[in-house]
Design a protein around this ligand. Sequence first.
Ligand SMILES: *Cc1c(COP(=O)(O)O)cnc(C)c1O
Length: 233
Amino acid sequence: MEPLADRLALVRSSVADAVREAGRADGDVTTIVVTKFHPASLVRELAALGVVDVGENRQQEAVEKAAELADLGLRWHFIGQLQSKKTRSVLRFATAIHSLDRPSLVTALGSALQSPVDAASGVTTIDAFIQLNLTDDPARGGVNPADLETFAESVLATDRIRLRGLMAVAPIDADPRRAFAGVRALGERLTALAPGATGLSMGMSGDYREAVLEGATHLRIGTAITGNRPVAG
Ligand SMILES: *Cc1c(COP(=O)(O)O)cnc(C)c1O
């Protein structure tokens, strides 16, 4: 087997093992392959191996790849910091935005969705996750858990954003299982306000098993599948 096919098969079977260990159903967990910094050709190879969900964290790069690969019918997940003025461009190709992290972005998204992006795309709604900051460092991005309800109310008050759940990255120095258990508990606070927002986007190459055990619905896995990323341009 090719190395890429090999790594993908290995991750798929490990995810399936974790799903079984957690007593969950296969269909409960979506694996998003994070392809940032990799060329469109690698995404095409992944699609040929049956990958449907891909994740990108830089707007310009994602726009270019999504345009080049429009024939593949992929679902593009935007997982990076999003500048408010770039929301329209991301709405043209994204299935979901995992990084709602501040009120100004919610406002920008809301107004972009009110005046459809362009007649051809007809995009009028977007799935979105609230990104949590599990560290004490505001520079890390994401909503402070103490502000979750207030922020969620502002998202829920914005027409055409479908709030799907929470997104988080486990802090480097923390036990990922505990961090994800914390996210699960915050998810319960969120569903008290928004019963449909049951999604938990958490778990990366090094900690996806722990994430599945704590209820992750969307894994964002890069290097374990793609190999090391080329150096950022
Ligand atoms: C890059 C990235 C990932 C994937 O990280 P890996 O460790 O390569 O699996 C997941 N989530 C976010 C937000 C990322 O930026």
